[in-house]
Write a protein of this length. Structure first.
Length: 478
């Protein structure tokens, strides 16, 4: 047995014994996959036209999550995943962070990998960050990750790795300039496989894999697009190819885990970060609306869990889960406990042994800024939306993606009350016919609203422009 001394990013000193290359932990390896802008109807287990054989098999061998909710857009959902707090308690409830905004998740929030490091985990993120970068303190390796390979902003060209006039690709703190022309999904996957193969200390792994796929721009190597030769709409054909490219990538990751002998002790969580974006060919049918809306199509995620530690598998769970729950759930799986004051609750028993969810209500979002006040909550079977609900607000079929679905026109504002058990597709507004229920739900929403912190939404600052930073989006200007 060898003794190795490691310096953790936190500066604390720990000694672990390890046999290089061998499994040395009873703690599970945890792979947390977040697909970007993947719609409810964009996965094989909801829609047989989508070719995701790897994900389908994992989903069917594990537990498919039928009521796993997220926020309606990237930054808020990722905030919930990393902090365990609803974004309206963090100041991150307002849309997705823009490249020149001097913004980030406030430093006093502890990120999930910081907690996992205390438990001895080796922590890595490959893919999209989108939680702030104007100050180094907002960036992944300052927030608990041992390594980062990916991009800071909300999107990137898949081949040039640029966005809004700047290169956005990093390995740790270093700008990567050598990947021009390569499809990012390939080299991101290579990096993940590399981390798995080089886990010589036998430490438990936490792999946070926020995939670039399937966010726009719509780009994919031809062989994936060719898998959908029967799909007439070119954008949808490319989009579906991007879904299948991600599926292949996840297949390569699971294969690497198997080869390394780690797979049998791995908990894999898969979730979308928000609903599909109809404007860019994402699809949520039969759910209403999509990304950037409070409708179910924007907030109910395609999701499942997989792992040998799950005692009851091969079924669809209808238990209520929210994005904030992944923080305490992952921590519990790692043998830790979250601070009870966070918003999330551990769903480990729900997932492992099919217990009823400890969650009976949640906040879809509460915001005061854009374009008018909005709020939405779920309590039991009921859902209330007040104010701005977002567009599109229709039920779009995958074979009917036309320009008319663009998010244009007046904001949709109003008051809606739904019984999601009877009406999961939000066709029947009960606001007029159930005045008492409406009042009760409105009272509840007002109570929640009292705890809101103001949205952090600073003006763009040209100091952040890549022309001041050798052409790359870089920290150091806030
Ligand atoms: C998956 O692995 C195979 C075999 O190494 C490779 O050819 C393919 O490009 C990989 N796919 C992705 C998406 O990384
Ligand atoms: C999944 O949710 C849908 C819509 O709410 C519901 O009709 C269906 O019965 C659920 N499936 C399972 C297996 O619970
Ligand atoms: C297709 O979309 C158009 C435009 O939104 C809509 O009017 C029409 O009803 C849709 N057709 C179907 C079959 O959903
Ligand atoms: C990180 C870790 O789990 N290290 C363990 C490796 O195995 C030895 C005993 O076999 C343990 O003492 C270490 O804690």
């Amino acid at each position: 047995m060898q003794w190795l001394v490691l310096f953790l990013a936190t500066g604390s000193l720990v000694a672990v014994s390890a046999q290089p290359g061998s499994e040395n932990t009873t703690l599970p390896h945890i792979i947390f996959i977040v697909a970007d802008d993947l719609g409810w109807n964009d996965v094989g287990w909801h829609n047989p036209d989508v070719k995701t054989p790897v994900l389908d098999q994992l989903a069917h061998e594990g537990v498919i999550l039928n009521q796993s909710y997220v926020n309606y857009v990237c930054t808020p959902s990722r905030t919930a995943f990393m902090t365990g707090y609803f974004p309206y308690h963090v100041g991150m409830q307002h849309m997705a962070m823009l490249p020149e905004q001097p913004s980030g998740v406030p430093s006093h929030f502890t990120f999930l990998p910081e907690k996992l490091k205390e438990l001895g985990y080796s922590t890595h993120v490959v893919g999209k960050w989108h939680l702030g970068f104007c100050n180094w303190n907002y960036t992944p390796t300052y927030r608990g990750f041992d390594s980062f390979y990916g991009f800071y902003n909300g999107q990137d060209d898949y081949y040039q790795h640029t966005v809004a006039g700047g290169l956005d690709l990093r390995d740790g703190k270093e700008v990567v300039k050598t990947r021009n022309g390569e499809y990012s999904t390939y080299f991101f996957t290579d990096r993940i496989v590399d981390i798995i193969e080089k886990n010589p200390l036998g430490l438990p792994l936490f792999l946070y894999l926020p995939f670039q796929n399937v966010h726009e721009p719509l780009q994919v190597p031809k062989r994936f697009e060719d898998m959908y030769a029967n799909v007439q709409n070119e954008n949808r054909r490319i989009f579906l190819g991007m879904v299948s490219a991600m599926d292949e990538a996840i297949g390569n990751v699971t294969m690497a885990m198997k080869k390394a002998g780690l797979w049998d002790n791995t908990l894999l969580i898969f979730t979308a970060d928000n609903g599909g974006w109809p404007l860019f060919s994402g699809n949520n049918f039969p759910l209403r609306g999509g990304k950037i809306t409070l409708w179910e199509g924007g907030t109910r995620a395609a999701a499942f869990v997989h792992g040998k530690m799950l005692q009851k598998t091969g079924y669809t769970s209808d238990e209520m889960i929210h994005a904030v729950d992944w923080f305490p759930t992952i921590l519990a799986a790692a043998g830790g406990t979250a601070d009870p004051s966070i918003d999330g609750v551990s769903q480990l028993d729900t997932l492992v042994s099919g217990q009823p969810s400890p969650r009976t209500e949640f906040v879809y979002n509460i915001d005061d800024v854009f374009p008018t006040k909005q709020g939405a909550i779920r309590v039991g079977d009921y859902k209330l939306i007040e104010g701005y609900a977002g567009k599109p607000d229709t039920w779009i079929r995958p074979d009917n993606l036309t320009d008319s679905h663009h998010d244009i026109g007046d904001p949709i504002t109003g008051t809606w009350l739904f019984n999601l058990k009877d009406d999961p597709t939000e066709h029947h507004n009960l606001a007029d016919t159930m005045p008492d229920k409406l009042k009760e739900m409105q009272g509840k929403l007002e109570d929640y609203r009292k705890t809101m912190v103001p949205a952090i939404w600073p003006k763009n600052d040209p100091k952040g422009n890549p022309r001041h930073w050798d052409g790359a989006w870089s920290p150091g200007w806030c």
